[in-house]
Design a protein around this ligand. Structure first.
Ligand SMILES: [Zn+2]
Length: 51
């Protein structure tokens, strides 16, 4: 069971080093992007339709 997937940076679309599971819920999580070299607040909720 490996349904984890990488979180993409909302700014540049680059893969970050953060993984989420289908049941992961993040609220205002400071996602660090190694490409942008900055943190962006993201929210991840289950049943997120967009890919
Ligand atoms: Zn980025």
């Amino acid at each position: 069971m490996c349904k984890e997937k990488w979180v993409l940076c909302p700014v540049c679309g680059n893969k970050t080093r953060i993984k989420v599971r289908p049941d992961t819920m993040l609220e205002n999580f400071p996602l660090f992007c190694p490409k942008c070299r900055q943190e962006t607040l993201i929210s991840v909720k289950e049943r997120n339709g967009e890919e």
